[in-house]
Design a protein around this ligand. Structure first.
Ligand SMILES: Cc1cc2nc3c(=O)[nH]c(=O)nc-3n(C[C@H](O)[C@H](O)[C@H](O)COP(=O)(O)OP(=O)(O)OC[C@H]3O[C@@H](n4cnc5c(N)ncnc54)[C@H](O)[C@@H]3O)c2cc1C
Length: 511
C-alpha cells in the first residue's frame, strides 16, 4: 500500500513546525499532528478572557500538557476568574522573551520560507540591565556590547581586564574548537581568565550565562553554545549594521510565531491536525512505517516512511521500544536532564519601576541563596512586559513577567518552589519600594522543562542527540532536546532546520 504521507511530524511545537514548513515547501506531502487544541507547544499563549471562559480546570490542564503546573496564585485562580481579573491580558505558558528579538534562527527560517505570508510577526525589542548587590548596571544592545556601564568599566579597569579578555579569544574559533568549548564551563573559563568568584564582573557575566542557558550553576553552564550563538548569530547580525538586542516580546503573545509558521505550512500544502495525539511510532524491522494516533475519529495508523518526533526526546521510549536503538543511544537519552523554572506573572495597577528599568530585561544573580536548599543561587530575569509590548495588558494596567531557573528536580519540589514564590515580591519590594501595593493579582506557573535538555557541559550543542535517529531508518528528531544551537525557542527552531536538512539534504546554512 502506498504511504499516505511523505512525512508525519509529531508535535506542533517550534521545532516540529520549523521542520514541517521546510518539508512542505520542498513539495513533500507533510502532516503535522498535535495533541493540544493549538500550536506552539511550550511556546503557547492565551487571552485572559479565554481562561475566564474555560475555567480554572482548563487552565491547569493546559499547563499540565506542557510540563507545567500552577503552584500558587493570589487570589485563588477561581476568584481571579470569578472577578475577571485576567481579562484584557495576554499571557504565555510562562515568561517568553524571544532571543535577539527574533533576529536569530527565527529570522533564518523566516527568510528560508519567504516570509510569513499574510501574517505579521512583530518582535518588540528591549534593552537589558543587571541588578547586582543593590547597584543598577545598564547595558547597551549586543551590537554595542563593549560600551559598558561606567561602574562596570571602572571595575574591569581595576582588575586589569577588558570585556574582550573573556570572549575575544573565541572570535576565530573553528567548528572543532566550538565542539571542545561545549565541555568547558562558564565558571572554569572565568576563573582561568583570572576572575575571582566574588567579583562583580563574575556575577555580571554569570547573569549573561544564566540568561542564555537558564542554568543557575556557572559550573554547569557550557561555553560552547554561548560562543557558537555569538559567532553564528549575533556577530553576523551586528556586522550587517543593525542593532542587535538581547531579546524582545512578540506582539499578541509568543503563539503568534507558531500560528504564522503553521499558516505558511498550510499554504505550501501541508496539513495540520489539532487534538490528535500520537500513541506509538510503528516500525517494520528497523524502518519507520507510520504513526498510530488517537483523534476525534478514533484510533488509526497513518502510514509514512518518515516520522519527525518533536516531543521532548526523553519521552521517546513511550512511543518506540528502546530495543530498536543502539544501547549507547538509549543510555544517553536516559541520562539527559532539562531545566525548569518558576515564571511569575503579576497584574499591576500602575508602573511601579523607573522607566529606565521598565524598558529593560533586568536580571539579578540571587533572589534565593543556595543555602536555602538549591543547587545554586536562584537568579531572576524580569520585565514589565506591557512596557515593551503594550497589547499584553489592558489600557492603564501593566503586566510583570519573570523567570527564575530551577533544576528539574527543584521544579518538582513544591516546598522549595514556594520559598522562591515568597521571595519574589519581597525582592521586588526591596528594589522598588511600593511595588507590592501595585499588585492586582499574582500567578505562579512552574515548568519542569523550560529547556528540554540543559545547556550543560555534558549535553550542550554537539553533545545533544543528533536529529537523525540511529538504528531506525526514517525517524528524526526536532526540538530543544535534539541537536540545535542557541536559546530555547531559537534552539528548537535551529534544530527544526537541521532536521529538515537531514531529510531533504539541503544545506540551509546551519552546520
Ligand atoms: C514557562 C516557560 C518559559 C520559557 N521561556 C522562554 C523564553 O523566555 N525564551 C525562549 O526562547 N524559550 C523559553 N522557553 C522554552 C521554549 O518554550 C522551548 O524551548 C521551546 O518552545 C521548545 O519547543 P520544542 O518544539 O522543542 O518542544 P515543545 O514546545 O515541547 O513541542 C512539542 C509539541 O509536541 C506536542 N506533543 C507532545 N506529545 C504529543 C503526542 N503524543 N502527539 C502529538 N503531539 C504531541 C506538544 O503538545 C507540543 O506542541 C520557555 C519554556 C517554558 C515552559
Amino acid at each position: 500500500m502506498a504511504d499516505e504521507w511523505d512525512a508525519v511530524v509529531v508535535g506542533a511545537g517550534v521545532g516540529g513546525l520549523s521542520t514541517a514548513v521546510l518539508l512542505a515547501q520542498e513539495g513533500m506531502k507533510t502532516l503535522v499532528i498535535e495533541k493540544d487544541d493549538r500550536v506552539g507547544g511550550r511556546a503557547l499563549s492565551m487571552r485572559g478572557e479565554e481562561v475566564t471562559a474555560k475555567g480554572a480546570e482548563w487552565y491547569r490542564r493546559l499547563l499540565g500538557g506542557q510540563y507545567s503546573y500552577l503552584v500558587a496564585s493570589e487570589p485563588s485562580l477561581e476568584e481571579m476568574i470569578a472577578k475577571r481579573l485576567l481579562d484584557g491580558y495576554t499571557i504565555d505558558l510562562g515568561y517568553h522573551a524571544v532571543s535577539v528579538a527574533g533576529e536569530g534562527y527565527f529570522a533564518m527560517l523566516r527568510d528560508l520560507i519567504g516570509g510569513y505570508g499574510e501574517r505579521d510577526v512583530v518582535f518588540n525589542p528591549c534593552l537589558t540591565g543587571s541588578w547586582i548587590d543593590g547597584q543598577f548596571y545598564q547595558e547597551s544592545p549586543l551590537s554595542n556590547i563593549q560600551r559598558l556601564d561606567d561602574k562596570l568599566y571602572r571595575e574591569f579597569k581595576r582588575i586589569g581586564k577588558s570585556f574582550f579578555d573573556f570572549f575575544g579569544p573565541f572570535l576565530n574559533a573553528t567548528p572543532e574548537q566550538l565542539e571542545g568549548l561545549d565541555r568547558v564551563s562558564l565558571h572554569d573559563h572565568l576563573v582561568n581568565t583570572g576572575l575571582s568568584e566574588s567579583s562583580v564582573v563574575y556575577d555580571y557575566l554569570r547573569c549573561f550565562g544564566t540568561l542564555f542557558t537558564t542554568i543557575n550553576d556557572p559550573k554547569d553552564i557550557s561555553m560552547g553554545d554561548m560562543t557558537r550563538y555569538s559567532l553564528q548569530v549575533i556577530l553576523p547580525a551586528a556586522l550587517k549594521g543593525g542593532t542587535v538586542y538581547v531579546g524582545g516580546f512578540t506582539e499578541n503573545g509568543i503563539i503568534t510565531w507558531s500560528e504564522a509558521v503553521a499558516d505558511r505550512f498550510r499554504s505550501f500544502g501541508g496539513e495540520l491536525r489539532l487534538d490528535t495525539a500520537a500513541t506509538a511510532i510503528e516500525l517494520e524491522g528497523n524502518e519507520v512505517k507510520g504513526v498510530r494516533v488517537r483523534g476525534e475519529a478514533g484510533e488509526e495508523l497513518i502510514s509514512a516512511p518518515r516520522v519527525v518526533f518533536n516531543v521532548p526526546i526523553q519521552e521517546l521510549f513511550k512511543y518506540v521500544d528502546e530495543k530498536a536503538f543502539p544501547g549507547d543511544f538509549v543510555a544517553n537519552i536516559r541520562s539527559l536532564y532539562g531545566y525548569g523554572s518558576l515564571s511569575p506573572y503579576f497584574g499591576l495597577s500602575e508602573l511601579p519601576v523607573p522607566e529606565d528599568h521598565a524598558k529593560r530585561l533586568m536580571k539579578t544573580p540571587c533572589v534565593v541563596p543556595r543555602e536555602e536548599g538549591f543547587d545554586w543561587d536562584v537568579y531572576m530575569a524580569w520585565n514589565i512586559q506591557s512596557y515593551i509590548e503594550p497589547g499584553c495588558a489592558p489600557a492603564g494596567k501593566h503586566l510583570f513577567t519573570a523567570y527564575l531557573p530551577l533544576t528539574e528536580a527543584e521544579s518538582h519540589n513544591r516546598e522549595l518552589v514556594m520559598k522562591v514564590v515568597r521571595a519574589v515580591p519581597d525582592f521586588l519590594e526591596g528594589v522598588y519600594p511600593g511595588f507590592k501595593d501595585c499588585i492586582d493579582w499574582e500567578l505562579y506557573p512552574v515548568c519542569v522543562k523550560l529547556e528540554g535538555v540543559a545547556k550543560s557541559v555534558t549535553q550542550a550543542g554537539s553533545l545533544k542527540p543528533d536529529v537523525k535517529a540511529p538504528g531506525v531508518e526514517g525517524l528524526f528528531f526536532a526540538g530543544d532536546t535534539a541537536r540545535g544551537y542557541g536559546v530555547a525557542m531559537d534552539c528548537a527552531c535551529s534544530s527544526g532546520i537541521l532536521c529538515a536538512s537531514a531529510i531533504t539534504s539541503h544545506d540551509y546554512g546551519i552546520k
